[in-house]
Design a binder for this molecule. Structure first.
Ligand SMILES: [Zn+2]
Length: 245
């Protein structure tokens, strides 16, 4: 049983119920993206901060990495002794190093950085591929769970997510605003559903949507238009968990 916990499900602007993106995959405790106050969110879910030693970042944008210094500091003060690995694109690693250096931490553990490009498989069995955002960006897949990161529709994501059980897909824009979405390297609700159709996804979790979108209504209409009745679409809130086999 794999547990996917949504520590953050919003985009760059938080709402009362959603902060920026972060996802935890258990039992391996792989943290993907680190937007918002992740130490607080993990504590709310009774997950010891010292358990987080494997961090994957989809890209260098602020709403996906701004929680890192706080998480590292809280982990250190909670007794972290083991090294922490941070994996991402060369650009995101460069930015992350700068941010962490600026805090002048004196940790008793090392932060190991791993730069990745193209596509491949990591030591923790996570597969990755480059996707199409404004900046260098990655999508990740662990077993039957795929997370798009921020991207417009692309073949690389379709290949990575093929026959996935759970596709976690961004939908920054509502259906009908494909032009604006793709210009900024993002997807609409219709794009996310189409990717789920193409990849034969069983369960689609839509995240990273702008607060002004009436998400439930939009999904209902788009599902009908795209004849996507069979796809089980979830709109997870912060701290929700989805279990998959
Ligand atoms: Zn984002």
């Amino acid at each position: 049983m794999t547990k996917t916990t949504f520590l953050g499900t919003g985009w760059a602007v938080p709402t009362k119920k959603r902060s920026s993106t972060s996802i935890l995959i258990q039992p391996k405790n792989i943290l993907i993206d680190c937007g918002g106050d992740i130490a607080h969110k993990l504590t709310k879910k009774d997950i010891p901060l010292t358990e987080i030693k494997d961090i994957l970042l989809t890209h260098a944008h602020t709403d996906h990495i701004n929680g890192l210094p706080g998480l590292l500091q809280a982990s250190w003060l909670s007794g972290q002794k083991e090294n922490i690995k941070i994996t991402s694109t060369p650009k995101a690693i460069k930015k992350t190093k700068k941010i962490i250096k600026s805090h002048e931490f004196n940790f008793p553990f090392e932060i190991k950085y791993q730069k990745i490009t193209g596509k491949g498989k990591l030591d923790n069995n996570v597969k990755y591929t480059e996707v199409k955002h404004k900046d260098q960006a990655l999508a990740y897949r662990y077993k039957n769970i795929t997370y798009s990161g921020d991207t417009k529709p692309c073949q690389n994501l379709n290949k990575l997510a093929k026959n996935t059980n759970l596709l976690i897909h961004e939908a920054t824009f509502p259906t009908g605003q494909e032009k604006q979405a793709h210009q900024t390297g993002h997807s609409t609700i219709a794009d996310a559903i189409k990717t789920a159709q193409k990849t034969k996804t069983k369960k689609l979790a839509i995240i990273h949507h702008k607060p002004k979108i009436n998400i439930k209504k939009q999904i209902k209409q788009t599902k009908k238009e795209l004849k996507a009745k069979k796809i089980n679409i979830k709109i997870p809130k912060d701290l929700d968990t989805i279990k998959t086999k």
